[in-house]
Design a protein around this ligand. Structure first.
Ligand SMILES: Cc1cc2nc3c(=O)[nH]c(=O)nc-3n(C[C@H](O)[C@H](O)[C@H](O)COP(=O)(O)OP(=O)(O)OC[C@H]3O[C@@H](n4cnc5c(N)ncnc54)[C@H](O)[C@@H]3O)c2cc1C
Length: 308
């Protein structure tokens, strides 16, 4: 928790909603009491990876598929031609999981909305009007079928998602390999909006990136299959709702606890078994080396038991 607290961005739980004209419709300051601390994904990822023993994560090993070997065992096949077999396969490989098909036929479908992602760096000095409009945390400006949302990240970096409810074919008509043209085309959808909002698109410091949203069917389930399970987006991909990363980490933590609890269950049962065996062994030792050793030995021999 101490390490986590160190990466939490102070003040970023502030929220404001603006109208398309830039007027503040709602505002809530970050009073430090909110229950949704914000951390940058890269910081969180580094913190979690640093907690693992060296070599736990094998980088650069793309999974091309997995198959059941029966009896709860699975083989995972890598693009480099290698493979591993495992008695516990956890598909934590996101939206387009290569593991999920072993459990479910469900395929993510486009939900009808996409983000276009942009960044403005050094906003307090280079884009002061935009920085002011976004404020200290999250900013939302919504209209029918479209929105501009932004979030203040480390320092005065502004990270924006421009949301558009459009079919995928509509986005096919935008050439994202030509960043200025793509930004102009997307900004045109917000014609008449306040310039401090549209600048989040037109003044982007990074090429606009299209992020179409896919989801698995509601209530996605699968039959219990020995030796494998799924966590995170592989199990329950949803359109972004601000919870996906938290849910994925929660799944991982809960799965870890379940495995640990079963180990505990196994160990406790084994300890009980072994303590009975210990008592029996002590009794046998006493009998075998006591005055009636020969008779005691005979009681242990099945043939002898049958004869009598
Ligand atoms: C535009 C956008 C914005 C979002 N914003 C937020 C937000 O603000 N807050 C939030 O909580 N959630 C957000 N989400 C959702 C969040 O990103 C996901 O729910 C979360 O990342 C799921 O975690 P995961 O570990 O299950 O999958 P992922 O984060 O997708 O991780 C899967 C991992 O598996 C690896 N992998 C995939 N395929 C293979 C393969 N074949 N071989 C080897 N490795 C493979 C990938 O490289 C990746 O490292 C957002 C999603 C999108 C698309």
């Amino acid at each position: 928790m101490e390490e986590f607290r160190a990466i939490v961005l102070e003040g970023r739980q502030a929220i404001r909603a603006l109208g398309s004209d830039g007027a503040v419709l709602f505002e809530k300051a970050d009073n430090g009491m909110g229950g949704r601390p914000e951390a940058q994904r890269a910081d969180l990822r580094r913190m979690l990876l640093d907690a693992l023993p060296e070599g736990t994560v094998r980088w650069g090993r793309k999974v091309t598929g997995a198959r059941s070997l029966g009896s709860g065992r699975h083989e995972v096949i890598f693009a480099d031609g290698g493979s591993v077999t495992t008695s516990l396969l956890v598909g934590a490989d996101g939206a387009w999981s290569r593991v999920r098909p072993l459990l479910s036929e469900a395929v993510p479908e486009y939900v009808g909305t996409s983000f276009v992602e942009t960044y403005l760096f050094d906003a307090d000095t280079r884009h002061p009007a935009v920085a002011k409009a976004v404020g200290g945390g999250s900013m939302f400006a919504h209209a029918s079928g479209k929105a501009i949302t932004a979030h203040r990240e480390h320092g005065d970096t502004l990270h924006a998602y421009v949301e558009l409810t459009r079919p995928l074919e509509w986005f096919d008509g935008i050439d994202f390999s030509d960043p200025p043209a793509a930004a102009t085309r997307v900004a045109a959808e917000f014609d008449g909006w306040a310039p401090e909002l549209t600048a989040l698109i037109s003044d982007t410091d990074t090429p606009p990136v299209l992020r179409p949203h896919y989801a698995l069917p509601d209530g996605h389930r699968w039959d219990r299959t020995p030796g494998m399970t799924l966590v995170g987006d592989a199990a329950h991909l949803l359109a972004p709702n601000g919870e996906g990363a938290s849910l994925a980490m929660y799944d991982g933590a809960e799965l870890g606890k379940a495995l640990a609890a079963h180990l505990d269950e196994y160990e406790q049962a084994m300890f009980t078994r072994m303590s009975q065996a210990d008592d029996e062994t002590a009794m046998h030792l006493k009998e075998m080396f006591g005055d009636t050793a020969y008779e005691s030995l005979l009681t242990l021999i099945p043939e002898h038991q049958q004869d009598h």
